[in-house]
Write a protein that binds this ligand. Structure first.
Ligand code: ADP
Length: 241
């Protein structure tokens, strides 16, 4: 599913935090929203998710205006740094959760739910931990479960907000590989928020550099690195976190 963002602006009270943003994301693309803290990345992601309303402009999924569509009807999966697993549920039940709460008409029967959970556990190679609780998992394993949970409903769009932010460098690297692998297998469209240049370069097909509610540059990781479109991009790409 493609995402078209056209002249989107957003205000909180009287402060403008997104300034006439336009961006096309092709179906199956993995796009990183990259920029310093406060540049508007999360707000843009939440608008795509339907968790926040924009004040002007258009948002379309495969050409269809979804501005007024409720978040739960948008067929979008989320992985957020602070969107934790349910502590009182096993790994398997965490993954099954999204399927069990689907409206009755689209909810699969329990056999199909169990089969899907088994497939997802295989995909993230955590079959052996199906009956554990989140507190018994490492940080990296938890976020693999979070990925599987988000993908269980077969979303056409997966949104990730600093999903690996709380993890150490080695585990982050491993999780980026997991994300790429799942993306190659399942071919969802993905938007990934990060303030980490290396993460954006490694994960994304297309990088969108943001600052102060504006898009500074849209390009491949190579474009952004070798041909920064502004002084801001040049300096930001050179900064080490
Ligand atoms: P980023 O994800 O790049 O760190 P955000 O989208 O979270 O940026 O925030 C952009 C700006 O909007 C910031 O100045 C932030 O303080 C402000 N902001 C975000 N959410 C709210 C809110 N719910 N109410 C008021 N201001 C907000």
């Amino acid at each position: 599913m493609s995402i078209t963002i056209e002249n989107v602006s957003k205000f909180f009270d009287n402060t403008q935090v997104l300034n006439n943003i336009s961006l096309d994301i092709n179906s199956g693309q993995m796009v990183a929203l990259l920029g310093p803290s406060g540049s508007g990345k999360t707000t843009l992601l939440r608008i795509i998710a339907g968790l926040e309303q924009h004040n002007s402009g258009y948002l379309r999924f495969s050409g269809k205006d979804v501005s007024r569509m409720h978040a739960r009807d948008r067929n979008v999966g989320f992985v957020f740094q602070h969107y934790a697993l349910f502590r009182h549920m096993t790994v398997a039940n965490n993954i099954a959760f999204g399927l069990k709460v689907l409206p009755r008409r689209s909810r699969p029967n329990i056999k199909i739910i169990n089969y899907k959970v088994t497939c997802l556990l295989e995909m993230i190679q955590l079959e052996h931990l199906a009956n554990r609780y989140p507190s018994q998992l490492s940080g990296g394993q938890k976020q693999r479960v979070a990925l599987a949970r988000a993908l269980a409903i077969e979303p056409e769009i997966l949104l990730l907000d600093e999903p690996f932010g709380a993890l150490d460098a080695q585990v982050r690297k491993e999780l980026r590989r997991w994300l790429r692998k799942l993306h190659e297998e399942l071919k969802f469209t993905s938007v990934f928020v990060t303030h980490d240049q290396e993460e954006a370069m490694e994960v994304a097909d297309k990088v969108v550099v943001m600052s102060n509610g504006n898009i500074e540059q849209i390009g491949t990781p190579q474009d952004v690195w070798y041909e920064p479109a502004s002084r801001f991009v040049l300096e930001f790409m050179g900064e080490v976190n």
